[in-house]
Write a protein that binds this ligand. Structure first.
Ligand code: T5A
Length: 220
């Protein structure tokens, strides 16, 4: 049976990486593993940008703070995210799904709409076209949007220390990104999760949502 793609989206510090770890542990737990015993090949955790070794190099170019006077333009940034995605879809996502894996992916196409579309104000039609070229039409089976206030997200990131190039963009940029996710949540099939709760409470809410989907997908 073909696998399923679960995507986590949200602003900086919304807790995606933390929650992917919680979900993976829960999926690996004996209780769920027993219920998923017909499920052949297990769970893969990956991310964009940087889910492949070539993607790691693209990620470094994208996220390292600007050195000297030469900085990425918005268009070159957009194309690098698209290149990372095209490579990642073909090298990681499609093979994993074709071999029946459950794939947990930190960010996907909605991030480009939010960051480069709303944040950088690039043309949304162009972004949608690039997303469809880069994915070859591969959509997520479930997208979880960890909804969090921008100030709260940035506070968490500041508490963590150093900021990458995108995190260093001003508060107005991050507010536009948040609007980008909120707008997509109205139009798309996102499931919204309250990211302001404790890590454990967010994890429990996500488990309930994912269990519901697993029951539909695999007739548990
Ligand atoms: N990008 C990406 C684009 O511009 N366009 C695109 O198309 C794509 C795909 C990726 C950057 O690239 C941009 C977006 C990003 O700026 P990244 O390092 O992968 O860079 O950035 P993020 O995905 O934002 O990862 P972060 O680590 O910054 O955020 P997370 O994963 O959402 O948050 P997490 O889990 O690491 O938690 C952050 C901190 O908050 C704490 C954690 O312990 C951690 O310290 N925390 C909580 N604290 C309190 N309560 C909770 N519920 C908490 N959950 C986590």
């Amino acid at each position: 049976m073909r696998g399923k793609l679960i995507v986590f989206e949200g602003i900086e510090g919304s807790g995606k990486t933390t929650q992917i770890q919680y979900l993976r542990q829960w999926l690996d737990s004996k209780l769920i593993n027993d219920r998923l015993s017909d499920y052949p090949t297990g769970v893969i955790v990956t991310r964009q940008p940087g889910g492949t070794s070539i993607g790691q190099q693209i990620r470094q170019v994208l996220l390292q703070p600007a050195a000297g006077t030469e900085s990425l333009t918005s268009t070159s940034e957009l194309l690098l995210y698209a290149a990372d995605r095209a490579h990642h879809v073909e090298r990681i996502l499609l093979p994993a799904l074709e071999t029946g894996h459950l794939v947990l992916c930190d960010r996907y196409t909605a991030s480009t709409v939010a960051y480069q579309g709303y944040g950088r104000k690039l043309d949304l039609d162009l972004i949608n076209t690039l997303n469809s070229i880069a994915t070859g039409g591969l959509n997520s089976d479930l997208t979880l949007w960890l909804k969090l206030d921008v100030a709260q997200g940035l506070k968490r990131m500041n508490a963590r220390g150093t900021a990458d190039r995108i995190e260093q963009a001003g508060i107005d940029f991050h507010r536009r990104v948040h609007t980008g996710f909120a707008t997509q949540a109205q139009d798309n099939t996102f499931i919204t999760v309250d990211g302001s709760l404790s890590q454990e409470a967010v994890a429990e809410n996500i488990q309930a949502i994912v269990l519901n989907y697993l029951q539909q997908w695999y007739a548990l």
